[in-house]
Design a protein around this ligand. Structure first.
Ligand code: ADP
Ligand code: MG
Length: 609
């Protein structure tokens, strides 16, 4: 019998390992940044070209490598960071597997320049697909520069499956932030296609968070500090009133590594119990330090999960520390997230502003936001309202509707129901559903989902047809954003403009908005743009068309009338009409049904007739 088992040649083994370590350009960024930190650098520069697809270079001023080490660092399992198995239980460095450089060198063109402080000349090595192409002496500053070019050049299947530049850049920025947020005393800079994305000076943690996430973050932070036998906890959480609709800025670091742990995330969120309105998420930047022996060290290079020995104790400490800190900073639980935004602006100013009316094809009188405004403002302020009006505010909703139906409603013959259905009356129940009879039975329309569909189609059309209406603001709004959010805003600026937003300036960390779509109010602007950016980041649109789609969806979701809003008969009818004029009336933009119907026969059956 012949033997068939062989050891794989190194370059093949390295390529296989690379498949695990290097999933995308951002993985290379992470490994190189971590190596620079392990080398004791105080200044680290990251250069990227084409979202890392053609170049990723990290230049540090760390301790550098000797000539032999410079060759040896590309071998698999070559590390200076651990020597014995015991070292695994006392890890102080980010790397320890000795896999990263070997993997990267197997799938890219790598150029290394490195010099130790006491060396006169440094080492210059070029390596391609695991083979050293050249090695010579070079004049170079102390420290190391590693340039990784043409990633996956020899694995087309991987290269072709890289996502768009926008997506890959997003991943790189995420990794960069996760490293920079931990090492605030290290100076970092990042350049993409020669444009400066970040320049972060050595500073304290709070300043680092602010310089990454934008100046306006400063006022939002509540410091957290706790030291016990099992852990040291420090960092910041956002004041509840600054919580966001989307989970965006949530960073947990354990022993200086970014991690995700849903159990500890829950501990943190539960500290906000009673302080957040449903659907809002706190931001946090929490730094846990635990003895290295109490965590599972076998952290996979590309994974961010981690196991703790004493999770339950950590949970309790995190929860109570954060709760305590929130209390100390005098945060009142009585926050009203559903506050009527229209009360933020004086009325006469508001009236001036709404000089242009929204373009509505079916029912020109219908504007759900306007209707809401009137309702809420008239009640407390119009002192001369007749007593009946006051009373009616307290009357049962159903009763009002019934009265109105008698007076106002007419039978509408809607052609779109293909003559089979004709709407006779509408009726709102539980401030959530519009019930209407149709020829064959009865339909329940969810007002929120239906309106989402209507707005979604409207926005898609106005974005693509480019004739959105805009209302000029008397006083342009200045809103602060982080640098990478600004970058994203620049990318979607044209599309935003085609929905009616107008920008005066888009600067380093602020935008100045001078016009907004007619369908939104000024006080909603910040939250809508923030939500939109979050949606784009999370949905990670692949093409510019899908980006438009994400925008239209996001705006529709933010702006649709919500459950809980009382609708007049006119408004109800308008929703029904507009819904059935939509191209796809049956579903919300997120695929939920907008209405359900019940056939007369079905109802009959239930009665046994
Ligand atoms: P690990 O970080 O797990 O040890 P790597 O493959 O990332 O494995 O790196 C291998 C070795 O190369 C490191 O242990 C370190 O000694 C050396 N090295 C890598 N990058 C640098 C750097 N920027 N400066 C100095 N030494 C480095
Ligand atoms: Mg490493």
């Amino acid at each position: 019998m012949t033997d068939i088992i062989q050891l794989l040649p190194d370059h093949v083994a390295n390529q296989i390992a690379a498949g695990e370590v290097v999933q995308r350009p951002a993985s290379v960024v992470k490994e190189l940044l971590e190596n620079a930190i392990d080398a004791g650098a105080t200044s680290i520069k990251l250069l990227i070209k084409d979202a890392g697809k053609s170049l990723i270079q990290v230049i540090d001023n760390g301790k550098g490598m000797s000539e032999t080490d410079a060759r040896f660092c590309f071998e698999r399992h070559a590390t200076s960071k651990i020597r014995t198995a015991e070292d695994l239980f006392n890890l102080q460095t980010k790397g320890f597997r000795g896999e990263a450089l070997a993997s990267i060198a197997a799938i890219a063109h790598v150029e290394l320049k490195t010099k130790q402080a006491l060396q006169e000349l440094g080492t210059h090595i070029k390596i391609e697909g695991s083979s050293i192409v050249s090695q010579d002496l070079i004049t170079t500053p102390k420290g190391t520069s590693i340039a990784v070019k043409n990633l996956f050049y020899n694995i087309p299947a991987r290269r072709n499956f890289l996502k768009s530049n926008q997506v890959e850049t997003r991943h790189i920025i995420d990794e960069f932030q996760r490293v920079a947020l931990v090492h605030s005393t290290i100076e970092f800079s990042m350049y993409h296609n020669d444009n400066e994305v970040y320049r972060l000076n050595s500073c304290n943690l709070r300043q680092r968070i602010v310089s990454i996430l934008g100046k306006k973050t400063n006022e939002k932070l509540v410091p957290i500090n706790e030291k016990t036998d099992v852990l040291t906890l420090s960092g910041f959480v956002s004041k509840p009133e600054f919580s966001k609709k989307k989970r965006g800025e949530q960073f947990f670091f354990v022993n200086d590594r970014f991690i995700k742990n849903s159990y500890l995330h829950h501990a943190l969120v539960s500290a906000f119990d009673g302080l957040l309105a449903g659907g809002y998420h706190p931001s946090y930047f929490l730094y846990l330090t635990v003895p290295p022996s109490t965590i599972d060290i076998n952290i996979h290079p590309t994974k961010t999960e981690i196991k703790f020995d004493n999770e339950k104790i950590l949970y309790a400490i995190i929860r109570s520390t954060v709760k305590h800190s929130l209390g100390q900073y005098n945060i009142t639980p009585a926050l009203d997230f559903n506050r009527d935004s229209t009360l933020d602006v004086p009325y006469d100013y508001k009236d001036v502003k709404s000089s242009k009316e929204p373009k509505i094809t079916i029912n020109p009188n219908f504007n759900p936001f306007k209707a809401e405004t009137q309702k809420t403002i008239q009640f407390p302020f119009k002192r001369d309202s007749k007593p009946q009006e006051w009373e009616s505010l307290y009357t049962d909703i159903e009763a009002i509707d019934v009265k109105n139906i008698e007076v106002e409603s007419e039978i509408i013959n809607n052609q779109l129901f293909e003559n089979e259905i004709s709407i006779a009356k509408t009726h709102q129940v539980h401030r959530k559903y519009i019930v209407s009879t149709i020829k064959s039975g009865i339909i329940f329309i969810n007002q929120n989902l239906a309106h989402q569909r209507i707005l979604y189609e409207e926005y898609l059309e106005s974005i693509t047809v480019k004739e959105a209406m805009s209302q000029q603001l008397l006083f342009p709004l200045e809103i602060g954003f982080s640098k990478d959010d600004i970058q994203l805003i620049k990318e979607i600026q044209l599309d935003l403009e085609s929905t009616g937003f107008l920008f005066d300036k888009i600067e380093k960390e602020t935008i100045v908005v001078k016009g907004i779509p007619t369908t939104i109010s000024e006080s909603q602007v910040t939250i809508i743009i923030e939500q939109l950016l979050d949606d784009i980041k999370h949905e990670i649109p692949e093409t510019s068309f899908s980006q438009l789609d994400v925008m239209a969806k996001s705006l529709a979701k933010s702006l649709a009338i919500k459950s809980g809003s009382k609708l007049t008969i006119k408004e109800q009818e308008s929703i029904v009409e507009q819904l059935f004029l939509c191209k796809e009336p049956n579903h919300s933009p997120f695929g939920k049904p907008t209405f359900i119907s019940m056939e007369l026969e079905e109802i009959d059956k239930k009665f046994g007739i």
